[in-house]
Structure formats: structure tokens, C-alpha cells
Write a protein that binds this ligand. Structure first.
Ligand code: SF4
Length: 291
């Protein structure tokens, strides 16, 4: 793949940071459909612990994007799960690879999130430097890369968390060129590809909502429970660590819905599970209703 000179003076490579979730999948597929320019590549940073649904979706994306000449490059630091439960992590509080675990020390809180930077941002940056042909320890030209990030209008404040570096200009296609909310993206994906894209995140991400914990498969949930037990006591950190915000072992957390508990739930509340009812999409019938 050849980088290109965008305006004759600035050396640019256009890269999509692909999380394989709703927003970045929308950007990639919009580029396939010609609704956005084509990036030179989409780079997926694999933590090694995504759900099976995300890996399946990624494989499908590779085929679909490949048909339109957009390569998907998978990079990674290794397996985030293994890093956190084997000797590499345990006993070293500031190893820099930690998830934002909940701690029951003091009045409960969260450890600093280090995983995104180390498992996602850095591997993507390294890949970009490789594609540019920048040798180790050499400085890449200023603003030589246009890096696309999938942030939708409903989460626009997240752009402040994306610190730019010297070589990259951050662009947000779903804010700048095709303003779309997450729901708009879901609707677009359904209307154009008839797919419901799974949320992408690590199986044991402490940011999971109750719904996200419930959406794991039985084996994935079992794996998360095992991991939760394994990280309970980490050297150099006060208090016990947990994946669930309640600071209760994950296997003991009550994840039942009101319906499971025998409370009356109306049909529209069931549909709300996927937030698709406002989108005129029924998850029961799997039909797109006329707008
Ligand atoms: S999904 Fe959660 S655990 Fe995985 S890298 Fe992101 S913040 Fe960390």
C-alpha cells in the first residue's frame, strides 16, 4: 500500500482506527459504499479478548472491505487477559497494562485505565509508523497522517480523550462529515447491510453495563468470572479488585432483569433491550417497519 500526497505538499496516509463496533463499522462500510472517501487501511487493535461475536463480525468486515480495496490490518500487544492474570502483571502495580478494575479500598473507586493506551493506541501508532516507513527512533513528519476515529454525535465529548500526536491529524467522520448518532449508525447498518453489529469490547471490561454482562455467552461469562477471581488481589494495590462496579464477585452479582424476577414488563420495554424500537426495527419480527 502506498501513502499518497494529498495536496502535493503534505504527506498523508488516511487510516481508520477500527474497533469493529457500531461506529467504526459504519464508517468503514460507508467508505465501501462510496458515502465517505476510502481510507488507505483500517487498523484493528486486537486485545485478544474480544467476544466471539466481534471476531466473527471482524472476519465478515475483512471480506466486505477487501471487495472495495480497503485492507484491514490486525495489530496487537498480546492477550490482555493473560497479561493481567499471569506473572507479567501480578505483583507489579504500575506495569502499565491494567484494566480499570474496581477496588473496595476506601470508598470504592476505579484503578486508572491503562489498557486502551497500551493495547490499542500504541499498537495502532506503531503500525502507522511502519506503513509510513519511519525507522525506530526517527520522528515522523508533522501531520502526515489523517487518523479517523469512530465517535458518534451522542458521545461527542469523547473527542477530548483523543490526544493527538505530532504525526496525526484526528478526524471524526461521524461528527464532521456525516453527523450520526449511534442509533443512526445502527439504522444505517440495518438498512444497508441488514446487520446488527455487536458492541466491541473485552469480555471482562469493567465498563460493562448490566446489559453487556448479560449479553455475554455462557462460556464468555464463565471466563470473565474466572478472570474476576484471578485479579482479586494484586500486589501493590490497596483493597481487593473486581470487574463489577458493586465490588461483588462477578459470579455472585444479580444480573437478572425485572422480567426474570417476575415483574411485569411491557412489550415496548422488551424491545428497548436493543434500543431499536425508536428506529422502527422490531427485534422480535426482525423486520424493518416502514418509516
Ligand atoms: S474494552 Fe475495556 S478492558 Fe478492553 S481495552 Fe477497552 S477499556 Fe480496557
Amino acid at each position: 500500500m502506498k501513502p499518497y500526497y494529498d495536496d502535493g505538499s503534505i504527506y498523508k496516509l488516511r487510516i481508520l482506527s477500527l474497533g469493529a463496533g457500531v461506529q467504526s463499522s459504519t464508517i468503514l462500510l460507508m467508505a465501501c459504499k462510496g458515502e465517505l472517501p476510502k481510507p488507505d487501511a483500517a487498523v484493528f487493535a486486537d486485545t485478544g479478548w474480544e467476544t466471539n461475536a466481534t471476531y466473527q463480525h471482524l472476519e465478515w468486515l475483512k471480506i466486505e472491505a477487501g471487495k472495495h480495496g480497503i485492507p484491514i490490518i490486525v495489530v496487537g500487544l498480546g492477550n490482555i487477559r493473560e497479561h493481567n492474570i499471569t506473572g507479567e502483571m501480578r505483583g507489579k502495580a504500575n506495569h502499565g497494562l491494567s484494566l480499570p478494575f474496581f477496588t473496595d479500598a476506601n470508598s470504592h473507586g476505579m484503578l486508572r485505565r491503562q489498557c486502551t493506551y497500551n493495547f490499542k493506541i500504541i499498537p495502532i501508532k506503531k503500525q502507522i509508523r511502519k506503513m509510513l516507513g519511519v525507522k525506530p527512533r526517527y520522528v515522523a513528519p508533522k501531520d502526515c497522517v489523517e487518523q479517523w476515529i469512530g465517535i458518534s454525535t451522542d458521545e461527542a465529548r469523547r473527542i477530548f480523550a483523543n490526544k493527538r500526536d505530532r504525526m496525526s491529524v484526528m478526524r471524526f467522520p461521524l461528527l464532521e462529515w456525516k453527523p450520526m448518532s449511534r442509533l443512526d449508525c445502527m439504522k444505517w447498518l440495518h438498512n444497508n447491510y441488514n446487520i446488527i453489529v455487536p458492541k466491541s469490547s473485552c469480555i471482562g471490561c469493567p465498563y460493562h453495563s448490566q446489559k453487556e454482562w448479560r449479553s455475554l455467552t455462557k462460556d464468555e461469562f464463565k471466563d470473565a468470572c474466572f478472570f474476576d477471581e484471578a485479579i482479586r488481589r494484586k500486589g501493590g494495590v490497596r483493597g481487593d479488585l473486581y470487574l463489577h462496579r458493586s465490588c461483588v464477585p462477578l459470579s455472585d452479582v444479580d444480573l437478572s432483569t425485572p422480567e426474570d424476577r417476575g415483574q411485569e414488563v411491557f412489550d415496548f420495554m422488551k424491545d428497548e433491550k436493543l434500543n431499536l424500537f425508536v428506529n422502527n426495527i422490531s427485534i422480535h419480527s426482525q423486520e424493518v417497519l416502514p418509516l
